[in-house]
Design a protein. Sequence first.
Length: 348
Amino acid sequence: MTKRNSDNTRIKVKYFAYLRGPQGLAETTVEKAAASLTLFETVMGYKDFKRHNLSWPERFKEVLGERTGSGGATLSVSTQSNHMRHVRSFIKWLSDKPGYKSRIGWSDANYYTLSRKDERVAAAQRDPIYPLLGQALKAFRSMPSMTELQRRDRAIIAFLIMTGARVKATTTLKLKRVSLSEKTVAQDPRDVETKGSKTFVTAFYIPVPDLWDALSDWIVYLYEEKNFGPEDPLFPKNGQTLDENGNFISETVIRAHWSQTGSIRQIVRNAFLRLHMPAYGPHSFRHMLTHVALDVCKTPRDLKAWSQNFGHSDVMTTLSNYGKLTSREQIEQMQVLYLSGCATNPTD
């Protein structure tokens, strides 16, 4: 087994501190950078970064083109480009550090890129994949609610449909941050992991009674039946107990947050898969809600409020990230405009 390089490990720790500190990047972004650098080190046989030369980017590019993912398929061009981008940023940062700047030039980082053709493919925008509101409601309404865990899972789906909250924020929310009387969620970075540590208040978007009942009943249940307090998690993780055969089982929640987002992601996927729909993830609700906004917002003030509710300071952030029409929607909308133009006969 190849021994890891301790000097590499130490300089990577400093780099990750730089990403979290001066760069202000979210932990998930730092984790992606770390994964790319681990792959890079593995390809290079854990050689000291001080030995860097211009054969390294060519070797890394070659391996990425041959590498397969967990499903056995080769890595997508987009994934290859992301790995290259993370390594490129690291090499640029490394090029002016003591002990490295005499060996690594700033321009060396520019070799960590795919061909122009592949970069264009990687950057090409695809149709967004998200559920329609009716599909999300159907998935929610098909969920069982007999057990404590089932009631929590329904409340999670209801919350995401009504708020479009990011999954990390949802995982870290405390009960005190939800106001049932005002129908708002205070996303405070002092105890909620918001993107960029932003502070904002989200009012619930979708006034559907059974969604609200699922969430509010769950909150009341935690306070009155489980004796939770304001500092406890809104969506606590599963507890584990031993059955009569000595096997671990999960039947109730415990007074603790999930440490990762994987459980909530799986709950969301399962809600759709149960009805043989695509395995939509939590982030898809933000796309869904933005397209609802395109239908219901009548004034710039409406759209600004909707965007700000996401935690965006700029309406264009909402529209550019989540408001892209699918090719079919684009064609249908153009047909509507065409027919409207024909009706008024613009040549008159």
